[in-house]
Design a protein around this ligand. Structure first.
Ligand code: CP
Ligand code: NVA
Length: 313
């Protein structure tokens, strides 16, 4: 059994909850787990999953992560639990704290997660909100580290909507010292508070916001995109399709980047919209490695969240 460092992370609501050193530790632990160089057990541990929105990767990777480590998950789907009926978060959080060992929550409002964390005595993990997608970002940066060996001098260019995925990339860029460039249409800039937080983390951070995808992708190492219409925006899809026309990673844009640039997408993708089929299937694409890494980083995250208890066992 491997010894896991206690990082003193109570909840994981945002990438900004962890320091650069803790971030790097989680990535190294994930890589060691992936290469089967370390092992630990979460037997008898129960992870509750409260998913108010659909999910394939996040839900399944948490379920498989817990199962492989000897623990289990319990599905607290709002439509089949009293959560959907409107039971107060403060009541659900206190009850679940007495049954489960941690809860991963996918919700709309980041404030819901903050409320859960206030009332819960067990770790709360952000499995995506409208504001951030921190578990995704851990997998993204493991994929980048595997490709480039480190983060020095790297430029990551995100083309698309300045919402949850882009916000998390901005925070991680500030933590890890990567230049993050966001190319988005007018009216779809990243959240102001996220930008302020990135400047608090690193006053010299290299964030660029532009409306020009070519400018953003010029000489870049990593091109990244996400859907134009996120979950919850289905009714606005036609308008968003119009606003985002041209904000697509295709072969022309890929040629603006460095020769050995990689292409990332959190998935699910709409081929022919934010990314072409050709690019997602190209030799530059790392989207399936990235998706696989969800599993490894989440195992590492769970290990660090439970490290104090693991040390006592
Ligand atoms: N990338 C991601 O979070 O995918 P899911 O919505 O399938 O979980
Ligand atoms: N921005 C997307 C990410 C999906 C993983 C959404 O919120 O739907």
């Amino acid at each position: 059994m491997s010894k896991i460092k206690n990082l003193n992370i109570k909840h994981f609501l945002s990438n900004s909850d962890i320091s650069k050193n803790d971030f790097l530790y989680i990535l190294d632990l994930a890589k060691n787990l992936k290469e089967k160089k370390c092992e630990f057990s979460l037997s008898n541990k129960v992870l509750g999953l409260i998913f108010t929105k659909s999910s394939t990767r996040t839900r399944v990777s948490f379920q498989v992560a817990m199962s492989r480590l000897g623990g289990t998950t319990i599905d607290l789907n709002p439509s089949t639990s009293q959560i959907g009926r409107g039971e107060l978060i403060k009541d659900t959080a206190r009850v679940m704290s007495r049954y489960c060992d941690a809860i991963a929550i996918r919700s709309y409002d980041q404030n819901d997660l903050i409320e859960y964390s206030k009332w819960s005595s067990i770790p709360i993990i952000n499995a995506l909100t409208d504001l951030e997608h921190p578990c995704q970002a851990l997998a993204d940066f493991l994929t980048i580290k595997e490709e480039f060996g480190g983060f020095e001098e790297l430029v990551l260019s995100f083309v698309g909507d300045g919402n949850n995925v882009a916000n998390s990339l901005i925070l991680c860029g500030a933590i890890l010292g990567i230049e993050v460039r966001i190319a988005c249409p007018k009216g779809f800039k990243p959240n102001k508070e996220i930008l302020n937080k990135a400047f608090e983390i690193d006053p010299n951070n290299k964030i660029v916001i532009t409306h020009d995808p070519e400018e953003a992708c010029f000489n870049s190492n990593i091109l990244y995109t996400d859907v134009w219409s996120s979950m919850g925006e289905e009714d606005d899809k036609d308008n968003k399709d119009k606003s985002f026309a041209g904000y697509s990673i295709d072969n022309i844009l890929l040629k603006k980047a460095k020769k050995d640039a990689i292409v990332l997408h959190c998935l699910p993708a709409y081929r022919g919209k934010e990314i072409t089929d050709e690019v997602i299937e190209s030799k530059n694409s790392r989207v399936f490695e990235q998706a696989e890494n969800r599993l490894h980083v989440q195992q590492a995250l769970l290990a660090t969240l439970f490290s104090e208890q693991l040390a006592k066992e």
